[in-house]
Design a protein around this ligand. Structure first.
Ligand SMILES: C[S@@+](CC[C@H](N)C(=O)[O-])C[C@H]1O[C@@H](n2cnc3c(N)ncnc32)[C@H](O)[C@@H]1O
Length: 393
């Protein structure tokens, strides 16, 4: 296993593209809060960042972080230009720490290298692992543990003849929470919503109380992610529990990993009744113990004149409208449609801060009394911009 000079393990946190810095900020804040010590140094890369930490701390981050895709535990790194050397290097890895047989899913990629044939790389991996276990048969205890945990995912990345082998400690991608069982049309991924909400809320004063409003809430993702951000996720399986190296070591999990926002209320509305029903069902899974109060979901049209009167107090608004791609819009001029969303949100809610996602080609006109900041990203494969509007003092 790869270790630094003080015997800590190396990890790579994979994030959605364009969310690397936000995910790193989340990592620093939660690491500091949760482990009550300075976070480790991070090295930023495209699609994620790496750091060193004690094994159980790095693995515990699976339960804490809401923006990443997955957390990889680095196993080996070496230069390699031919298949026999790759096989020999793989034979020498201490596989008994991670798996007990060839029940793995290989995730292979190779770029700008002499080894480019992914099928041949996978063959070298499987044969190398088999050669290791022939010489080092696993204990019965390790076998029982890995059998219960099922298949493990091994990542092999070869770039510029530099080969890195990692194990996916998360298992299923981390955007899969436990609560979103009911999906409406074109939902935003949970980890993208978490990242945007983190950016939306971070500059706000946590001693103030805010209403969180999503007037096109779909299946309730933004409301659930706003509430879930500082919670520990222990309600889904994580692959690291099946690693023999973790064995029966206990990762103790507290209730929260950062200072949660205290919302006065959270409101989700959507024009479709069945969508609102999905949001209510998802929220009730998240709130099985009934600890989140003042959350409402209602069927409403954002543009209806008789929409429930705007909520008084400090409002924070999140909007992910249809873009006429996955979800159609009944308006021939999209620019006018998006303009009317901005106008309606500002006039109805007077938000302190708002995050509104539009297709990248849409030009947001200046909004009087608001500062404007942008984050470009891909939402379900569509190039979009999240526009952050902040009320001027
Ligand atoms: C792209 S989806 C986003 C859903 C949500 N953000 C999510 O991730 O689950 C847009 C949502 O806007 C809703 N919608 C469309 N027009 C609306 C309107 N005039 N008022 C309220 N909701 C509307 C649709 O029913 C749909 O659920």
């Amino acid at each position: 296993m790869l270790k630094n000079e003080i015997n800590e393990n190396l990890f790579f946190i994979s994030t959605p593209l364009d969310f690397e810095k936000l995910a790193m900020a989340e990592f620093r804040e939660k690491f500091q809060n949760y482990f009550a010590k300075a976070p480790p140094k991070t090295i930023l890369d495209t699609g994620g960042f790496s750091f060193s930490a004690p094994l159980l701390e790095g693995l515990a981050l699976n339960h804490l972080l809401k923006i990443p895709n997955r957390i990889l535990l680095r196993i080996a790194n070496f230069k390699c230009r031919d298949y026999p050397k790759l096989y020999n290097k793989i034979c020498k890895i201490r596989w008994v720490d991670f798996i007990t047989n060839n029940n793995i899913h290989a995730n292979i990629s190779a770029t700008s290298s002499r080894l480019m044939h992914t099928k041949k790389i996978e063959k070298a991996l499987l044969e190398g692992i088999a050669c290791y276990f022939k010489a080092n048969p696993p204990s019965k205890k390790a076998q029982a543990q890995t059998q219960a945990a099922g298949q493990q995912e091994i990542f092999v990345r070869i770039h510029n003849d530099d080969c890195t082998i990692s194990i996916n400690s998360s298992g299923e991608n981390l955007h899969k929470r436990f609560y979103r069982q009911f999906t409406a049309e074109a939902p935003i991924r949970e980890n993208l919503a978490a990242g945007l909400i983190y950016k939306l809320l971070s500059p706000l004063d946590k001693s103030q109380h805010y209403n969180f409003i999503d007037p096109m809430c779909g299946s309730g993702t933004s409301i659930c992610e706003a509430l879930f951000f500082c919670e520990i996720n222990d309600k889904r399986p994580f692959a690291y529990r099946g690693l023999p190296i973790v064995s029966d070591k206990n990762i103790s999990l507290a209730n929260e990993c950062c200072l949660a926002f205290s919302f006065s209320s959270l409101h989700g509305t959507d024009i479709q009744k069945k969508t609102v029903e999905c949001a209510i069902k998802n929220f009730s899974l998240l709130n099985a113990d009934g600890r989140f109060q003042n959350v409402t979901f209602q069927k409403e049209d954002l543009f209806a004149v008789n929409m429930t009167p705007p909520i008084s107090g400090h409002n924070i608004v999140f909007v992910n409208p249809p873009y006429n791609e996955r979800l159609q819009v009944n308006e021939s001029n999209l620019q006018n449609y998006f303009d009317s969303i901005v106008k309606t949100v500002i006039e109805k809610f007077h938000p302190q801060r708002a995050a509104i996602i539009f297709p990248a080609e849409y030009q947001l006109p200046p909004v009087i009394n608001y500062l404007h900041e942008k984050l470009r990203f891909k939402n379900g494969g569509i190039k979009t911009i999240c526009h952050f509007l902040t009320m001027k003092n």
